[in-house]
Design a protein around this ligand. Structure first.
Ligand SMILES: [Zn+2]
Length: 262
């Protein structure tokens, strides 16, 4: 799909609206979604990142002597990156890095449905089953789990044991997958979702890079990261997967287009 020039500039102020991002590893929030998280936070939207693993299986280990040490190090890096991205509610869960495809679906979706019911996001963004430009299987699984949680959090017959005075069924209005208009050469094939939505984020680009670099244990990745994002500093791209409004897809420049405050 060819994206048209922005016809609907982002609305200011978007206070009272909430945006959630479900990721797999510390650094995904910055690398995949950092510009968008910053842009909406700057417009008054509350943001939450839910990261499923502390990244303990990473190739680059920052001198850590064990998976536990690396997990602890990366939790701190995640907190620092989320501070730079001004994330209102960072959450890091403890599923095993590299093994999301082996986890019990019901257990992970239960945890994510609870996060959705607590934070009550109007919009949820995550990866598609493609796994984003890196194609990482954990990214794809994060998207699968988050997609089910998006659907089920709004139903009163799913995980009803979670309901109490504050926790109720909650229906998020839109679901997006991060996508891209490029692939990294020399990797396994990735079939990306078509772009429906382009978020301009040029003014937040350097802060996005700074947030990525808060993941200091991953420093050997910085040159590749910069090479991939430097000439794509203007926009982050998304695929609209589901919307309570339904109807045909048309190009968007705002994740909150058509969203109603509750
Ligand atoms: Zn990742």
């Amino acid at each position: 799909m060819q994206l048209t020039a922005p016809d609907q500039p982002i609305r200011y102020n978007l206070g009272m609206l909430r945006l959630m991002c479900v990721t797999a590893h510390p650094d995904d929030e910055a690398g995949g979604f950092g510009g968008t998280l910053l842009k909406y936070r700057s417009a008054g939207v509350e943001t939450s990142v839910v990261c499923l693993t502390p990244g303990q299986a990473a190739t680059h280990r920052g001198g850590a002597k064990s998976d536990y040490e690396l997990a602890e190090m990366r939790k701190k890096e995640f907190a620092a990156a989320c501070q730079i991205l001004k994330v209102s509610r960072p959450v890091i869960l403890d599923y095993p890095d590299g093994q999301l495809y082996l986890q019990n679906v019901n257990r992970v979706v239960y945890a994510l449905a609870l996060e959705i019911r607590k934070f009550r996001p109007h919009v949820l963004m995550t990866f598609g089953a493609d796994g984003g430009v890196t194609g990482h299987p954990d990214h794809g699984m994060a998207g699968v789990f988050a997609s089910l949680a998006f659907q089920w959090a709004g139903r009163n017959n799913r995980y009803a044991d979670q309901f109490n005075g504050d926790i109720k069924p909650y229906r998020t209005q839109k679901l997006y997958y991060g996508t891209a208009d490029f692939v990294i050469p020399g990797r396994q094939p990735i079939t990306l979702a078509p772009q429906t939505t382009a978020i301009e984020m040029k003014e937040h680009f350097e802060t996005k890079v700074a947030a990525f670099k808060a993941h200091t244990s991953q420093a050997p990745l910085f040159p590749l990261f910069e090479e991939n994002v430097r000439n794509r500093s203007e926009r982050e791209l998304f695929h609209l997967v589901a919307s309570v409004q339904g109807g045909p897809v048309r190009p968007e420049t705002d994740l909150f287009e058509g969203v109603e405050e509750d």
